[in-house]
Design a protein. Structure first.
Lengths: 286, 644
């Protein structure tokens, strides 16, 4: 009997080992997958991130595919389903992801133009438009995405502090990305909007005016999926990116061309505690 | 062996020449096919770009160039940076609906306003990128703003290359800058694919109009082409054309074969339209490369179309079959030449042999055609007949040479008949010499037969005139005495035998007289044999002169003569008397003195005779009886006649 029980244990061990190998083979069978921030314009995304991905492909000796999602919600879901190995997350979506997915490992944060990690959100309008915030409930507010850091959450704060207006009392809608927020305001489709300050500055040459900016926020982060990547590979990716010479990354897309910094996980923990108190609507109100 | 080697060499060289000819011909035929394909592509390309030009001109004139736009541009000329930014945004706001709806629907990718100084004022496709100078990299913008004329063509740029339509903007005489409306190749390809059967396209662009020009952040729009480091294609991640072509097995196959079979880099840098026909087993493919030049007339890109082309396989098969058949014919022809030369050599040898034989033979040789005309007469024949060489050729042999005893009708000529009957003729004929003399010739005539038809004859002849004379002489000597030319003993016995039979048949008596000259030996001993011979000859003449032609005088031997007399009638006594009288007459003739040069001589003869009537007596009996009668005369004193 003792012999049989020992045999059963050995059998269980073998089955477990087999399944583990099978699972790891299955995971390793597909190319590495990178998910950029959700935007409607895949061409712009590709243009922004492909230099970094090409660099990583070369250094790792592995092919890396793009995984496009139009919403942070879908991106988080795909990450949880292990369809994504590496992802570019803003601070709020990352905090949301980490709440439900412990395998999400923040690797590095992307520096801002000033060379430091952290960025600001901005409240913007078209300079030619004359906006009367008072007694004007028909003002239309352009937002990026519900889970975008500069989306509903920071725009709500900026409107309150700049114009003493509650966003809930205004018309707002989600446009998917920062560029579209800027362009829709220039086109006159919205009167004001909330977006990342660095992107807003790109549109100043088209008359986009920054009305107000937020406090410094944790930067966008490169997140690794510990379920699909080994610790060694995660460490290797981190090492490769931190050692990239400036001459290389400065030619990359605007938002990722200022280098990388180590992640301070505490920044995200505090953000999670503070910001998730807001009840963020998932859809616009008009 | 030398001939065989020469013919093999000839066959091989002929095959090579034939291969070269058919190859050239096939290439011409193939080039015509390719030229047609390229012309279709070029015509389609021109039609599509022209169609876009017409549409875009209309959009520019009637939609873009409105008063609102002109007002903004007027103000922008004098505005500061802040004001210019607001004007830029205003222009974007004003024209965005047209750009986003109408122009994008048309296939336009870029709507781009430029300042009069050639700076980018507003890119609708990339609004945040503006203010950069363009004159140095965009000749079309320079021309539109310096020369103030419309210009169109393919050109590189800071964001994308494209098919540019650049219009100068002039309002109320004031130059406000320019605007360009640009199409990506996708738009051109979309329309091209409606006109062409090829469904796979690739747009190869030179680096000079793409990666060397665009902002660094846009370099990723491009990826290396599979053909050359000097050319790129749009990145498959942003180009449906590139993605489709990269995923197409046919394009992959064709590209691989092109790289194997052509110096494609060199062809691409030539800057000309070209096609790369490919036959791979039973599959035929073609890739047409249509060169596209930028506005400064430099090679900028190639519009490449890929497709099947079964005609190439058919053409190649036709070429192979033609070559095979050509080689077969050449080798058969060469074999024919070999046989001809071999036959010719044999004929030449035979001709030499024949000519040698004909030239050296002592026999005359005549070649006649079917109507008897002389085609050839050899030297021996000329000598025999007394003609010069070549003198008689073309003349009728029958009339000229042949002597016929009875008729001159050609139908009765043995020689000419032999031609018609295709049978050999051997016989004696009489030929006439040039001087009119006739000669006897032995003729051997054989007709020439070709396809069962006689085409002439060869007549070989020999002059046998002398032979005939000699033969006659020999025959004469066999029956006549050489000294007196009288029938000899043999002929006498023969005639006596005939006379005996005739006498038996006619029942008439014949008689035989045996004459022996008296004392002839004394003459020989006294005057010699010559004198004796002369006397015998004289005696012979005298005896002949006394007799009828039907009678026979024969020298029987030495000085003995025998006379055969026929037709003496059936009365024995009369016959005997008649025989006696003849004997007397002969004796009288003999005894007449003989006058010779040196001497006159006279002598007598003894004559014995006998009659015969039927075959109761044999020839020997008759001779013995006549001889016995003559001996009795000798015994009784000579110079007398006795008939028993």
């Amino acid at each position: 009997m003792l012999y049989l029980r020992q045999g059963e244990n050995q059998m269980q061990l073998l089955i477990t080992l087999f399944l583990t190998i099978l699972l790891s083979l299955h995971v390793e069978a597909r190319p590495l997958t990178f998910a950029p921030s959700p935007l409607n314009d895949t061409q712009k995304i590709f243009e922004e991130f492909s230099p970094m991905i090409n660099y990583l492909e070369e250094k790792l000796g592995e092919k890396i595919d793009f995984h496009y999602e139009k919403k942070y919600d879908d991106m988080i879901t795909s990450f949880q389903e292990n369809k994504i190995d590496l992802a570019y997350f803003g601070p709020l979506p990352l905090a949301t992801l980490r709440q439900s997915c412990s395998s999400a490992v923040p690797l590095l944060v992307f520096n801002e133009p000033n060379g430091k990690s952290g960025y600001r959100c901005a409240l913007v309008q078209f300079a030619k438009d004359k906006i009367n915030f008072q007694n004007n409930d028909s003002l239309k507010v352009a937002l990026t995405q519900p889970l975008s850091t500069c989306g509903y959450m920071q725009t709500k704060i900026l409107l309150k502090t700049y114009a003493n207006k509650d966003i809930e009392e205004m018309k707002f809608n989600y446009l998917g990305n920062h560029d579209e927020v800027a362009l829709s305001i220039i086109r006159g489709e919205f009167e004001i909007g909330g977006m990342k300050e660095s992107i807003a500055k790109e549109y100043q040459s088209l008359g986009l005016k920054i009305l107000h900016t937020s406090q410094m926020l944790p930067s966008f982060t490169l997140v690794a999926n510990a379920n699909t990547l080994s610790k060694e590979k995660i460490a290797n990716i981190k090492k490769i990116l931190l050692e990239i010479p400036r001459e290389v990354y400065k030619t990359w897309g605007t938002n990722i061309s200022y280098g990388f910094s180590e992640t301070d996980i505490e920044d995200f923990n505090s953000l999670k505690i503070d910001e998730l108190q807001y009840n963020i609507p998932q859809k616009g109100n008009f | 062996m030398r001939h065989i080697l020469a013919i093999i060499l000839f066959a091989l060289l002929s095959c090579l020449a034939f291969f070269g000819y058919t190859k050239t011909h096939m290439l011409e035929e193939r080039d015509a096919l390719l030229e047609r394909q390229n012309q279709i592509l070029e015509t389609s390309y021109k039609a599509v770009t022209h169609m876009y030009k017409v549409s875009i001109e209309s959009y520019f004139k009637y939609i873009i160039l409105n008063q609102g736009v002109l007002n903004i541009l007027h103000k922008a000329k004098e505005a500061n940076i802040e004001e210019k930014a607001i004007l830029r945004g205003s222009l974007y706001r004003l024209l965005y609906p047209i750009y986003n709806n109408d122009l994008k629907d048309l296939g336009v990718r870029q709507l781009h306003f430029h300042t009069p100084k050639g700076e980018s004022f507003l890119r609708f496709h990339k609004p945040s990128e503006n203010g950069d100078p363009l004159f140095d990299i965009r000749p079309s913008i320079k021309i539109a703003n310096i020369d103030k004329v419309f210009i169109s063509g393919f050109e590189g740029g800071r964001i994308y290359p494209g098919f540019r339509y650049v219009f100068p903007i002039i309002d109320k005489g004031e130059h406000l800058g320019s605007v360009e409306i640009s199409l990506p190749y996708e738009s051109i390809e979309l329309e091209l694919s409606k006109l062409l059967t090829c469904k796979n396209h690739v747009f190869l662009m030179k680096k000079s109009v793409t990666t060397n020009l665009v902002f660094d952040s846009h370099k990723e729009y491009f990826m290396p082409s599979s053909f050359s480091d000097e050319f790129v294609i749009e990145n498959q991640k942003i180009s449906s054309i590139s993605e489709k072509s990269i995923k197409s097995p046919m394009v992959d196959t064709i590209n691989t074969l092109i790289k194997q079979k052509y110096d494609i880099e060199k062809l691409l840098l030539s800057g000309k339209n070209f096609s790369t026909p490919i036959v791979d087993g039973n599959e035929g493919y073609i890739a047409n490369f249509h060169a596209i030049y930028d506005t400064s007339n430099a090679l900028a890109a190639y519009a490449v179309t890929y497709g099947d082309m079964e005609e190439l396989v058919s053409l190649e098969k036709k070429y192979l079959i033609t070559n095979f058949m050509g080689c077969l014919i050449i080798f058969l022809f060469s074999f024919g030449i070999y046989l001809y030369l071999k036959q010719n050599k044999k004929i030449l040898l035979e001709k030499i042999q024949f000519e040698t034989i004909v030239r050296t033979t002592v026999n005359g040789v005549l070649l006649l055609n079917t109507d008897g005309k002389i085609r050839f007469m050899n030297l021996a024949a000329c000598k025999i007949l007394g003609y010069e060489v070549g003198e008689v050729e073309g003349k009728n042999s029958h009339e000229l040479l042949h002597v016929h005893d009875t008729s001159y009708d050609q139908e009765h000529c043995h020689i000419l008949s032999s031609i018609k009957s295709q049978k050999a003729y051997v016989g004696e004929e009489i030929f006439r010499k040039k001087n009119g003399d006739k000669i006897t010739v032995l003729v051997n005539a054989n007709s020439f037969i070709q396809d069962d038809k006689s085409i002439g004859s060869v007549t070989i002849f020999r002059d046998i005139t002398q032979e005939k004379k000699n033969q006659a002489r020999i025959e004469h000597l066999a029956y006549y005495d050489a000294l007196t030319d009288l029938p000899n003993r043999k002929l006498l016995l023969n005639r006596l035998s005939l006379a005996l039979k005739e006498s038996t048949r006619s029942f008439e008596f014949g008689g035989l007289l045996f004459i022996d000259l008296d004392n002839f030996k004394t003459l020989n001993d006294t005057y010699g044999h010559d004198m004796g011979d002369k006397l015998l000859q004289e005696v012979a003449l005298r005896l002949q002169s006394q007799l009828r032609t039907c009678d026979t005088v024969a020298r029987f031997g030495g000085d003995e003569f025998v006379i055969l007399i026929t037709k003496l009638g059936n009365d024995e006594a009369k016959a005997k008397d008649e025989l006696y009288k003849i004997g007397q007459k002969l004796l009288q003739a003999i005894v007449i003195p003989y006058h010779f040069v040196t001497v006159d001589y006279g002598f007598t003869a003894s004559i014995g005779g006998t009659l015969f009537l039927d075959d109761t007596k044999t020839v020997d009996d008759i001779l013995k009886n006549a001889d016995a009668a003559m001996y009795e005369v000798k015994k009784e004193g000579k110079n007398e006649i006795k008939i028993l």
